[in-house]
Design a binder for this molecule. Structure first.
Ligand SMILES: NC(=O)c1ccc[n+]([C@@H]2O[C@H](COP(=O)([O-])OP(=O)(O)OC[C@H]3O[C@@H](n4cnc5c(N)ncnc54)[C@H](O)[C@@H]3O)[C@@H](O)[C@H]2O)c1
Length: 328
């Protein structure tokens, strides 16, 4: 297990340079680290460079770069071993396919120094499913980020059954050092916490689209102009605490408890048929008026910077934000 302090980390290995891996690379580079990336796709370096220059760098410069941080400190290498052999920390970001995760963790485990912590960006696999036949499973954690990684504060840091407490805590401290808001989860919750909540919303949305109860546009409108606006400020439970007036959550539960039993929810996942998938894809294209993704990403980043800066100044935003201190 690494004894190095998080603030002393200089060399990071990134495996997979897509949406998430590329963004982690930029995030760690912004904090002064040198990053080596491996991606088997020959097109990956050029695609990353375009995204870095057009979308990510303008955002990082607004956020502020650590002294000495430079885009030149990110280099692509041609093998996984080259990316991790001297790395003091490794973030795995390969496609969400279990066999790829298992093989990649095995390759990183074999090539990285024994004390180097290895984190996986997986959106839903548990470390107990991915860490198969590793020499050092005690240094592996799930670290599930949110897109765009260099702006969204939360990262869910989840231990597996073989992860050591020291490695788990070190990863939490490391992410916090880089400005993240780590959510330390000691239980292997399927879907972790945030994706589990998002999946519940997605399931309901798909049911309503499938049954022609609501269109893609109506669903996005309902969230954007309704609960989404409040969720930007506080969690869904605090929202209800306030909805209970002076009586807070206790009054809310009294009032709305019976309606929880009403058939508002259809929990089994709908079958993702070709026609449902097509309806959702067409709806998203209509809704976004075919605006190029890069254009929307750039504007989203600017809005997030402004929103985060505003929230940082408010007491509400900081209330209870150390979830690991919460009592159960
Ligand atoms: N996109 C999101 O919003 C999001 C959010 C949180 C977590 N994640 C997770 O992050 C991981 C990566 O997702 P993504 O959205 O960046 O996917 P992506 O498809 O954008 O990128 C995956 C990259 O991995 C590369 N790759 C394929 N096989 C590889 C291998 N064997 N070794 C190294 N690289 C390989 C691909 O060439 C590609 O560049 C997944 O586990 C995903 O669940 C994604």
């Amino acid at each position: 297990m690494t004894k190095i302090l998080p603030e002393k980390i200089e060399r990071v290995g990134i495996i997979g340079a897509g949406v998430i891996g590329g963004a982690w690379a930029a995030h760690f580079m912004r904090h002064g680290m040198r990053v080596k990336i491996y991606d088997p796709d020959p097109a990956a370096p050029a695609q990353f460079e375009t995204r870095l220059q057009n979308t990510i760098m303008p955002t990082l410069e607004k956020l502020g770069m650590k002294t000495g941080a430079s885009a030149a400190n990110i280099t692509f290498v041609s093998t996984l071993e080259q990316a991790v052999a001297a790395a003091q920390f490794v973030q795995e970001n390969t496609p969400e396919r279990l066999p790829i995760k298992i093989a990649t963790l095995q390759a990183i485990d074999a090539a990285a120094p024994a004390e180097t912590i290895i984190a996986s960006s997986t959106s839903g696999y548990l470390m107990s499913e991915m860490a198969i036949n590793l020499q050092h499973p005690e240094r592996c954690v799930v670290a599930h980020p949110f897109n765009p990684v260099y702006l969204m504060p939360v990262v869910e840091v989840v231990a597996g059954p073989d992860t050591s407490d020291e490695a788990h805590q070190w990863a939490v401290d490391f992410y916090r050092y880089t400005g993240k808001q780590p959510l330390k989860l000691t239980k292997e919750v399927p879907g972790f916490v945030a994706d589990r909540l998002m999946e519940a919303v997605l399931r309901e949305a798909l049911h309503m689209i499938d049954n022609d109860m609501a269109t893609v546009e109506e669903i996005d409108m309902a969230v954007r102009y309704g609960p989404g606006l409040r969720w930007a400020l506080m969690g869904p439970l605090t929202v209800l605490h306030l909805a209970g007036g002076e009586g807070g959550m206790a009054h809310c539960i009294n009032q709305f408890g019976p309606s929880l039993a009403a058939p508002w929810t259809f929990l089994p996942a709908p079958e993702l048929t070709d026609s449902l998938a097509q309806k959702v894809v067409d709806g998203c294209e209509r809704l976004t008026e075919n605006t190029p993704i890069a254009e929307m990403e750039a504007e989203r980043d600017q809005l997030l910077i402004a929103l985060l800066a505003m929230l940082e100044k408010s007491k509400l935003w900081h209330i209870g934000n150390r979830a690991e201190k919460a009592t159960r």
